[in-house]
Design a protein around this ligand. Structure first.
Ligand SMILES: Cc1cc2nc3c(=O)[nH]c(=O)nc-3n(C[C@H](O)[C@H](O)[C@H](O)COP(=O)(O)OP(=O)(O)OC[C@H]3O[C@@H](n4cnc5c(N)ncnc54)[C@H](O)[C@@H]3O)c2cc1C
Ligand code: SF4
Length: 335
């Protein structure tokens, strides 16, 4: 594999990295664990003049804040995230979603920020060796879309594959974004634009600094499922994350957050399904009705050989199971 020629600067702090990115402009790109960016460099999907490395910055361990939220440094390696005592105890869905990523080796290198900011994927885009003689597509600055020939140049149906983003959205997490103009805070879902061409809403010199997850409310439960073909070292076919809260009667739902990833250009919140659950009793009949409607509303993109029909059925089945699991956890208080 041949890497292009590029310069390398190792930042001592995230502020320094952001300042370098601002100064170097479009020619610079930030490198965290490199498990997503290095393959993109090899596929010539990006060709930065300078890589700004973050590996010299030690992440802060996850910690409880004064309001009971948990603050997690964006540079936290996924292996540490998956096994951190505080995260396992208070946010087991987040720990499980980190464990779902790649393999041990990938998780030892990969960071939380890099996972959220990873490139979108489609059969053409990230498979350069199979398409080395094909014309560049819209996303590569070319004039066509190989898997979807009817797309116009504003439309790219590459899919965002993060396993962790849906869990953070279902948990109501926020992100601290650091840039030249200082700090801003956004909801996790707001990181994504919904365009495969430009999937992230970050400015050129902005970095994700930390993830803030609010404490799970009382009588709440979670469900998480990543569908894959072979069950390991594999991107998701669909990733489902659910948080449900029961009212004081212990039977009806008073809060629901549902997010699905790996089926569209961004992880999506299923707000119509959430509305259909809030105020209702969480019995099997209700969950069996809500899940297929939610899958249809999601309108999954066919990707990596999975047809839309297959993804619809997959989401309908596993969403029902994730909802049932979340409801059971909320009832019993078991994590
Ligand atoms: C074999 C293999 C299997 C994989 N399987 C999965 C999987 O199952 N699920 C999954 O979700 N991913 C998977 N990935 C993708 C990738 O490994 C992970 O998403 C990983 O978490 C990326 O983190 P990183 O630190 O290595 O990111 P990097 O490669 O360093 O960066 C990825 C992108 O994010 C940007 N970036 C990094 N940190 C920040 C920051 N703090 N702020 C702003 N931008 C930032 C970089 O500039 C780059 O564009 C896999 C990759 C490989 C090679
Ligand atoms: S879906 Fe996007 S990335 Fe894939 S070929 Fe079409 S334009 Fe390119």
């Amino acid at each position: 594999m041949i890497l292009l020629d590029f310069g390398y600067e190792r930042a001592a702090t995230l502020q320094q990295a952001a300042a370098w990115l601002a100064r170097l402009g479009d020619g610079a790109h930030v490198l965290a664990g490199g498990t997503d960016l290095l393959p993109s460099l090899r596929a010539e999907l990006v060709s930065p003049g300078v890589l700004v490395g973050l590996s010299g910055i030690e992440p802060e361990p996850p910690r409880l804040t004064a309001d009971g939220s948990i603050r997690i440094d964006a540079l936290t390696r996924l292996s540490s995230l998956a096994h951190a005592g505080l995260v396992r105890e208070k946010l087991p869905m987040l720990a499980d979603s980190a464990l779902a990523v790649g393999s041990n080796q990938i998780r030892e290198m990969a960071t939380l920020g890099g996972n959220l900011c990873q490139e979108t994927r489609c059969l053409y885009l990230n498979q350069r060796h199979d398409y080395q003689f094909a014309a560049p597509c819209f996303k590569r600055g070319g004039d066509c879309c190989h898997p979807f020939p009817r797309n116009d140049r504003q439309t790219c149906w590459s899919v965002h594959m993060s396993d962790i983003a849906p869990a953070l959205i279902a948990l109501g997490a926020e992100l601290e974004i650091l840039g030249g103009a200082g700090m801003r805070r956004i909801g996790a879902a707001e990181l994504y634009t919904g365009s495969g061409l430009q999937p992230l809403s970050l400015g050129r010199a902005e970095l994700v600094r930390a993830v803030i997850v609010p404490p799970p409310p009382p009588r709440s439960g979670w469900g998480f499922h990543k569908s894959t073909v072979r069950g390991g070292l594999e991107f998701g076919m669909a990733v489902i994350a659910v948080s449900l809260q029961l009212a004081e009667d212990g039977a009806s739902c008073c809060g629901a957050r549902i997010a699905v990833g790996a089926v569209r250009e961004r992880p999506l919140r299923l707000e119509s399904a959430e509305r259909a659950l809030v105020g209702a009793r969480l019995d099997d009949e209700r969950l069996a009705r809500v899940a297929p409607d939610a899958a249809k509303a999601l309108n999954p993109l066919p990707h990596h050989g999975f047809t839309r029909r297959h993804l619809l059925d997959n989401v309908a089945v596993y969403l029902r199971r994730a909802l049932a699991q979340a409801a059971e956890r909320a009832r019993t208080g078991r994590a």
